[in-house]
Ligand binder design. Structure first.
Ligand SMILES: *[C@@H]1O[C@H](CO)[C@@H](O)[C@H](O)[C@H]1NC(C)=O
Ligand SMILES: *[C@@H]1O[C@H](CO)[C@@H](O)[C@H](O)[C@H]1NC(C)=O
Ligand SMILES: *[C@@H]1O[C@H](CO)[C@@H](O)[C@H](O)[C@H]1NC(C)=O
Length: 503
């Protein structure tokens, strides 16, 4: 029993010494609350006046000793941090790397102890002893710790169940726990409150991110609260994105995380792209990078076979989150393959491999690429007068020269333009120099036409010969005149067109 009574005697002696000699310097005991994981400052300010006049001139003759009293763990008082006269620092083990005092602050009588980060076992009574010459001044600070526990532990990923709980080092019985999300009280219907006041979220969503505050009320009516900023690792953007790409063009499938993995303390991230339907992907679709948020998949040339579902799976430790991306390919199917002859009936059908049902199609004739700025102005002028055609099918009853060039089918949804595909229309049979391609079905028609033309020429020759004597075929002469007039009109039209494009 002897060593115990000796310790007790010494403790009493120390307390008596403190009470008797340094009473004017004893700051009243303060209580500081901190959340485990955050930082805490145990305040200790001693004014230079209290330290004596000579201190101001020689603040470097001061030593500071922060020690911790047993607390709940029934340890003996032990040193936490000491700054000696010479400025030499000592720190003791369990808190070694986490405690500090600021040199610059010391000179101004600020002997506060900073703990960063605080752990739940740091809760307890701390005391600072500031010694100058033979004078000892002291500060006593009680540190209370609130612990917010996440289960499963961080990082929290999208769609996982999550249990948030709060406890504190306050030694009274807990009466009630209330939760607040971004400042608003959380309705009890959404929560599962166990006897310990835990909050459970069945499927975490990105909207659950933000500040969560627990408010603990104890039987002695003390209310303690702590705030935790919940970060949820998930994906940016819509839940089921659809990427629209024109057949033959490149496509980028997005897969962007809500946070930079390294910002959440995650060092290794593995991303795996796959096709749930079992299609093949070049280079296996695997990448690793924790200093990037975006892991998009680039397909250099897409065809209708590439359309469908793609899955981006991101693995962080033992957790995996995935997002499905749909690639919808826009294609144009013409009713006539290859170059189209003038006068024929053409249908261009615009289709989407994966329609969601709300898409609208629009057809527009884009003029052939302008070669200079003057032409570009003219082109836009032309487009203004041209009304886009709605619907997936574009029908040209009689293909003519003015239909030549690029046609664009664009796909629109409620969110705006989704994508577009272009079709280049080439027309044959316009120039006389190029031999007309006669297909078996059209051969008889061609022959008839030639014979008819020959006959017309003969009749014309006859008519001209007989013209001097009598107009035997007045009706035919009229027809010829009309044809010639029409030809002239067409020539003028094309001249106009040229002028229009040149101005
Ligand atoms: C005292 O020093 C601590 C760091 O040791 C600092 O956090 C605190 O703000 C300072 N207090 C004043 C009043 O300067
Ligand atoms: C609060 O809960 C945490 C985790 O369950 C535990 O480590 C800590 O010791 C508890 N703190 C107190 C004061 O009971
Ligand atoms: C990871 O991503 C960052 C940012 O996008 C980039 O600068 C870096 O080169 C990438 N590292 C690797 C190994 O790909």
């Amino acid at each position: 029993m002897r060593p115990v009574s000796l310790v007790l005697f010494l403790t009493f002696a120390l307390l008596a010494f403190n009470a008797d000699c340094i009473l004017p310097g004893v700051a009243e005991e303060q209580k500081v609350w901190a959340r485990a994981g955050s930082s805490a400052v145990l305040p200790c300010h001693l004014s230079p006046r209290k330290m004596g006049k000579s201190w101001k001139q020689q603040p470097d003759k001061t030593s500071v000793l922060w020690k911790r009293h047993g607390g709940s763990t029934h340890q003996e008082p032990h040193m936490v941090l000491e700054v000696g006269y010479s400025g030499l620092r000592k720190t003791a083990l369990p808190m070694r790397a986490r405690v500090s005092v600021q040199d610059s602050a010391l000179r101004h009588g600020n002997f506060s102890l900073r703990i960063d980060p605080v752990r739940s076992e740091d809760a307890g009574l701390y005391e600072a002893q500031v010694t100058y010459n033979m004078e000892v001044q002291s500060c006593q600070v009680e540190l209370g710790v609130i612990t917010v526990t996440l289960s499963p532990p961080s990082p929290v990923v999208e769609n996982e169940p999550l249990l948030l709980s709060c406890n504190s080092s306050h030694r009274a019985s807990l009466v009630e726990t209330r939760w607040f999300h971004n400042g608003r009280p959380v309705p009890t219907s959404r929560t599962f409150c166990s006897s310990h006041g835990a909050l459970s979220i069945l499927h975490t969503a990105m909207s659950d991110a933000g500040s969560w505050r627990c408010q603990l009320r104890y039987s002695d009516n003390k209310i303690i609260s702590a705030t935790y900023n919940l970060q949820i690792l998930g994906f940016d953007g819509p839940t089921n994105p659809v990427v629209y790409a024109a057949a033959g063009s490149a496509a980028d499938l997005p897969c962007t995380l809500s946070y930079l993995p390294s910002a959440l303390g995650i060092n290794v991230v593995t991303v795996h792209w796959s096709r749930p339907s079992g299609g093949h992907l070049q280079d296996g679709g695997i990448s690793q990078n924790s200093s990037s948020r975006s892991f998009h998949l680039r397909l250099p040339v897409v065809g209708p076979d590439d359309a469908g579902q793609y899955r981006c799976a991101v693995s962080v430790g033992s957790k995996t989150i995935s997002r499905d991306v749909t690639l919808a390919v826009v294609t144009v199917t013409p009713s006539i393959q290859g170059p189209v002859s003038e006068g024929s009936r053409l249908q261009l059908i615009c289709s989407l491999t994966h329609p969601r049902g709300h898409e609208r199609f629009q057809w527009k004739h884009l003029d052939s690429a302008p070669t200079n700025s003057k032409l570009a102005v003219a082109t836009s002028h032309n487009l203004e007068g041209q009304r886009p055609q709605m619907g997936p099918t574009l029908e040209i009853p009689h293909v003519s020269q003015k239909d030549m060039g690029t046609w664009e089918c664009s796909v629109h949804g409620p969110e705006g333009r989704l994508g577009a595909v272009e079709y280049g229309l080439q027309i044959t049979g316009a120039q006389v120099s190029s031999p007309p391609t006669i297909f078996s079905g059209q051969a008889t028609f061609g022959l008839t036409l030639t014979l008819f033309l020959l006959l017309t020429v003969c009749v014309l020759a006859l008519a001209l010969k007989k013209r001097a004597r009598s107009p035997a075929f007045p009706a035919l002469a009229g027809m010829v005149a009309v044809t010639v007039a029409k030809k002239k009109e067409m020539e003028e039209n094309s001249k106009e067109k040229i002028q229009q494009t040149e101005c």
